[in-house]
Design a protein around this ligand. Sequence first.
Ligand code: GLY
Length: 595
Amino acid sequence: MSSRRQFIRSTAATGTLLWTSPLGIGFGQEKSSGSSSNTTRSRTATGENVVATVHPIASQAALAMFRLGGNAVDAAVAAALCLGVVDGHNSGIGGGCLILIRSSSGAVYAIDGREKAPAASSPTLYLRNGKPSVELSQTGPLAAGVPSQVAALHLAHSKLGSLSWSALFEPAIHAAQDGYVIGNATSSTIKSEFADILKFEASKSVLSSASGQPLAIGETLRQTDLANTLRQLAKAGPEWFYTGEFATRCAEYLQSIGGVMTKSDFANYKAIERTPLDSKYRKHRVLGFPTPSSGGIHIAQMLNILENFDVAQMYRESPARFFHLLAESMKLAFADRAYWLGDSDFVKVPDFLTDPDYAAKLAKKVDLEKAISVAGHGNANATDESKKHTTHLTTADAKGNWVALTSTVNTSWGSKVMVPGTGVMLNNQMDDFSIAPGVPNAFGLIGSAANAVEPNKRPLSSMSPSIVLDENGKPFLTCGAAGGPKIINATLQNIVRCLDLDESIDKAIASARVHQQWRPDLLYVESGLGGLRIPNATEKISVKEGDDSIARQLASMGHSIRPVNSIAIAQGIQATSNGLIAASDPRTDGAAMAF
Ligand code: GLY
């Protein structure tokens, strides 16, 4: 082992990495504290330059950039690239991302790296004999939108990065080349998706063991094709990806197996700078991501509803009523989401959704004693089939740059289609469109014509990178999450807990969450965290007289309770008098680190 090679042991059980750095960047343990994934405490780190991600190796990558003198944008890009290697079931360069940045100058950037539908798409793309096929929108060559993460990361770096583009790739290249020991998250998703992974030769060869079994916990995943792809990208830049060899290879392969994506789709892809949403909640300003995310709009809408109530007092007097109010706000907002939301480059998304007067009208509909029925604007039922996916990372630095970055290939391992010879797993983001009226997507979400498939359109997202400014306009809090529509509600709850209940970000993230998304009309309630006592997490509970647990009180208010083990995975940063605190969700094996 050379003197530059360092042996990395992660804070959690999920990753070891052999690391050789020509730049002499080393990974070490830096002020990271925390605990195993079975506790209710977030992992935290306090310092001037901080990061929180779902994987210690990715957090180490960010730290390495800080050590080189890089800023929060460099750190976030390096961490995102690294997550695509060590957490590839959630995100990667075959997928997309939304990046919200508050720079040290005070400027705010919303960088839209959402995939686009190929130009040959149409509203009937997923209809076969007149019937919608979610199999086609979720798995295989038609499931992928034009990959967009690379363009977004490059735009963020070209605007605000301080290190060279190629330096940001080093940790990811080494993780791919040398391999890492896989943990539960990766192995369980390989296992659960293995039948579909086997359908695609490159995916099968990378994610199977020598004996043809799904790679299991403790085995090393080496991705030499992906390492070479990352090297090319580092050297030649995004042109190689969008107008060069990668675009050609990907389009030719997809067309050979029944896809419609072309080289022109790659050439025409651009990440876009959007105008961030800027709304007020009590004394704070909440910066959110606009469409194609639905998250920013509905977080603002729900906060506007909550502003009509004394939430803090309600929580002190009756936590059940607090959760009830949250649930009713969620239900009202998600009913609007299903009807009004879509890519605003294609449809008019009404401004009234974030208007406090509209929220005041919605607030009047809330009955603090019992759950209301919300008819919505269409009529459809849906089931929740959601699984874990997507990832949120966050960085902040001593200069005052703050980054909230949510990235995804959509459901685990995306379309399951890996482009041969590249190691790049393509997303299945096309399933985030409404493939036909009333047909639920993988998260049980339904949509209207506003989110129908159209050529070059971006599918609606729930990703909700958010930054909160204090009364003086200084960054105070950032948070975001993974978990499909649960992202929106987890982010809402973290903001409310910090702003209304005066909780620290680590406590807020570790607290129990609820989730309501209008259809299905269920209240998902977390068990096992934060004191929502639910006897059996796998069954619906019934109300018993004399039982005063929060969940039972909610049931007695008319909510149809669905206990679940976890709702979303969140990361966040908060400014305190002791410095910046980064917190990583205890629901998974992430890491918060500081330098
Ligand atoms: N693919 C999940 C989302 O963007 O909401």
